[in-house]
Design a protein around this ligand. Structure first.
Ligand code: MN
Length: 489
């Protein structure tokens, strides 16, 4: 992923004389540099010239639109900056937009405050003028209010930057589909043309035969090297070296195809394994660990979302994976969901060292596949699903608390994660079903519902959050009114 930068654009006007504008420019540079050096800020911040005229606003926006390295604008008005001068610029803006509502000084300098100070430090009302034009233009934007040196403010900016980075990855994401989606399944279908228009995703198909040919061409020496790497990273709990070597072969083959196509995600399906000896298990887990998106049963939406969320959370270290609510533990008052899949859970979720095991798979009709088996970490996470509502996409985010699995489950031959959903599993499941969330999801310890909401706003899709305060009564109304509103848009 190319490291994006964000432009720090400070608004003012020519009413106060050149000295004030010099001070504004110097402080803008100081703030941009200090923000960038903060650990909560994951990407670069580049200070731009102070915007004082309609022409400068338009020029800045046009340059931002055409600069590939620019992932978004952070705008703040140090003084008053009449908003009609921003209209021609903002109506052309194609990059994510954050309105930072702050001021240079934290406190009012009691004895020193005079009219010079008042002329220079006007964001309390200058930003209101800027907020109005954002609202009047219906511009999608993030507002962060607070003192710019405060940790909470910087964390909010950092989180929004990650959403914007996800937006940028989305715009040129290619998804390779090996085979179609599983027969008769509804939620893995969807309007691919619509998704490309909305999100930029290029979703296309490749025959499984191409993957088989690529796998056949992988050299034994490449497999030797990869199996050695497996030995360093995982514990071998199998004698079936041949099964493991086959997964290594498939991992290398898929990686080559994705590299050649410039793709960041892929899908496959157990219903189309023509010419393959095993369903990719270990191979898909390893590719997710490297940052690729994956979707089982041809689910291209979840594959792309996995890639986007991995890109958003790069470097955070918590873990993000393709996931599925598999089965429940319905102990009254402490209901838990067991998340797993047939094979494909990303080892970035693992609490300990994953084990390579080989077991038969009752579906797909192929040889027993090698896979990584592990327990997921405990901690706060978000579970996300993107669905096609017909005419629009809906993103659903569910707040969860992962726990150390409450059972050992020694005969369960797949990776497993257990969580308590907010506000409780039964309400959450009820809400999920009402909203139409898929069985396939992305689980991330790093992403938050706020990050996903910002991404949904940037990409112009519907967002539904299931959280601590969710009630079925309120959600029913929200979904009903949202449906009407989205049809009017
Ligand atoms: Mn599935």
């Amino acid at each position: 992923m190319k490291r994006p930068v964000f432009w720090f654009v400070v608004g003012s006007q020519h009413l106060y004389g050149p000295e004030v504008l010099d001070t504004v420019a110097a402080r803008a540079a100081e703030m941009a540099a200090e923000l960038e050096s903060d650990g909560a800020i994951p990407f670069g911040i580049v200070c731009q010239n102070v915007v004082t005229t309609p022409g400068e606003a338009l020029k800045t926006v046009r340059e931002a639109n055409y600069d590939d390295g620019c992932a978004g604008l952070i705008v703040w008005c140090h003084t008053f900056s009449p908003s009609k001068m921003w209209i021609n610029g903002l109506t052309e803006l194609q990059k994510p937009y954050l309105h930072l509502h702050t001021q240079y000084n934290r406190n009012i300098p009691d004895r020193d405050i005079d009219m010079d100070f008042m002329n220079l430090n006007q964001s309390a009302h200058g930003d209101r003028e800027h907020g109005f034009i954002g609202a009047r233009l219906r511009a999608p934007r993030k507002i962060v209010a607070g003192y710019w040196r405060d940790k909470a403010v910087r964390e909010k900016i950092g989180s929004w930057m990650r959403s914007a980075a996800g937006c940028r990855v989305s715009r040129d994401l290619k998804v390779v589909r090996f085979g179609d989606n599983m027969r008769q399944v509804a939620v893995t279908e969807g309007d691919k043309v619509g998704a490309q228009i909305q999100l930029g995703w290029q979703v296309n198909t490749w025959p499984v035969g191409d993957l088989v040919r690529e796998a056949d061409a992988v050299a034994e020496t490449e497999i030797d090297a990869l199996v050695e790497e497996y030995g360093r990273q995982y514990t071998f709990s199998t004698d079936d070296a041949g099964a493991v070597r086959y997964q290594a072969r498939v991992e290398l083959a898929i990686q080559k195809i994705l590299g050649r196509e410039g793709a960041g995600a892929y899908t496959n399906t157990f219903e189309d394994l023509h010419g393959m000896r095993q369903l990719p298990g270990l191979a898909s887990q390893r590719l997710m660990e490297q940052g690729y998106g994956y979707g089982g049963e041809g689910d291209w939406k979840v594959a792309a979302m996995t890639r986007v969320m991995k890109a958003m959370t790069e470097g955070m270290g918590g873990g993000t994976s393709f996931m599925e609510d598999y089965t429940y533990d319905l102990e009254p008052g402490r209901e838990l969901s067991l998340g797993a899949h047939m094979l494909e859970v990303c080892p970035t979720l693992a609490a300990g060292k994953p084990e390579i095991q080989v077991h038969p798979l009752c579906i797909g009709g192929r040889e027993p596949p090698a896979r990584l088996v592990f327990e997921g970490k405990a901690g706060k996470a978000v579970v996300v699903s993107l669905i096609d509502m017909g005419g629009r996409l809906r993103l659903i985010a569910q707040d969860v608390e992962c726990v150390k699995p409450v059972y050992e489950m020694p005969n369960l031959p797949v990776a497993r994660v257990m969580w308590r959903a907010e506000p409780d599993l039964l309400t959450a499941a009820h809400a999920w079903l009402l909203a139409g969330g898929a069985h396939h999801t992305v689980l991330s310890y790093d992403a938050t519902a706020e990050m996903m909401e910002d991404w949904a706003e940037m990409t112009g899709i519907e967002f539904v959050r299931i959280h601590k305060g969710t009630t079925i009564e309120a959600l029913k109304k929200e979904l009903f009114f949202a449906d009407v509103a989205w049809k009017l848009r």
